[in-house]
Design a protein around this ligand. Structure first.
Ligand code: KIV
Length: 281
């Protein structure tokens, strides 16, 4: 066994192998350069984080979509910093391989550079996540630059920005080519390691992707982006109703759970559950 002062060579190798397997900002850039796609899904809890991580998803987003998906609110606007810290910490501590990115909730990106850096640093310190995502492009370029200067890897989020849903007049496809290009380039030049593009026509998102050196991650933005993200509960079909045109339902968890819960209730009512084998002597 190595003494306290000596590094155990086996341990060092183990740690190196683990950190090599970890997805980082470098991995994502290498993927773009090699024209290999990037996968990203959301998680707010430990079990989902383990599913995604062990299945090999590249990035896990602790999105402020938790306001709608987890809390059942109509928008993401009410989500707080403490809620992001709570969920971010749970997810980060369950993950071994994926890169965990946490959302800056409304209106942190608009509170001035010092406040944005202060809150983002607090979120990273308390959660153990390795990057933040901030809604905004050209108008938030100074804040993105300050975050990056402070050593906080930042993903920009352009196109449909759910935190601005009231100003945007609803959850709608964004088509302002000039604005979107300007946002994407400004975010990249400010040092964003990636740009998430939400609900933008496929051709426009492809052309932004070609113009950028850094990876783009699309949601409702067609197949030309460097990567794709979906809300996990949407793609697994947790909800009673299907969601948007851009969501592919890879499972129907609602109906699986509904069947299982009905069977349980009927077994309880009929006395079939628990059996002797499920009971203690
Ligand atoms: O909050 C979120 O989950 C998002 C989506 C783009 C996936 O930002």
């Amino acid at each position: 066994m190595a003494s306290k002062d000596q590094a155990d060579p086996q341990q060092v190798v183990k740690q190196e192998t683990a950190s090599q397997r970890r997805v980082t900002v470098r991995t994502l850039q290498q993927r773009k350069d090699a024209k290999e796609k990037i996968s990203m899904l959301t998680a707010y809890d430990c079990m989902t984080a383990i599913w995604l991580d062990r299945a090999g998803v590249d990035c896990i987003l602790v999105g402020d979509s938790l306001g709608m998906v987890f809390q059942g609110k109509p928008t993401t606007v009410s989500v707080t910093v403490n809620q992001m810290i709570y969920h971010g910490r749970i997810v980060a501590s369950a993950v071994q391989h994926s890169m965990v990115i946490v959302d800056l909730p409304f209106p942190i990106g608009q509170l001035g550079i010092r406040n944005t850096v202060r809150v983002a640093a607090k979120i990273l310190k308390r959660t153990g996540c390795s990057a933040v995502k901030m809604e905004g492009g050209a108008a938030q370029a100074d804040s993105i630059a300050a975050l990056v200067d402070a050593g906080i890897p930042t993903m920009a989020h352009i196109g449909l920005r759910p935190q601005s849903v009231h100003a945007m007049g609803g959850f709608r496809v964004q088509r302002d080519r000039e604005q979107l290009l300007q946002d994407a380039i400004a975010a990249q030049e400010a040092g964003a390691f990636a740009v998430l593009i939400e609900c933008v026509p496929a051709k426009l998102a492809s052309s932004i992707t070609r113009d950028l050196r850094v990876p783009t991650i699309g949601i409702g933005a067609g197949k030309g982006c460097d990567g794709q993200v979906l809300v996990t509960q949407d793609m697994l079909g947790f909800g009673e109703k299907s969601i948007g045109k851009f969501v592919r339902g890879y499972a129907n968890m609602y109906s699986i759970a509904n069947d299982a819960i009905k069977s349980y209730c009927s077994d309880v009512v009929s006395g079939k559950f628990p059996s002797d084998a499920e009971s203690f002597e």
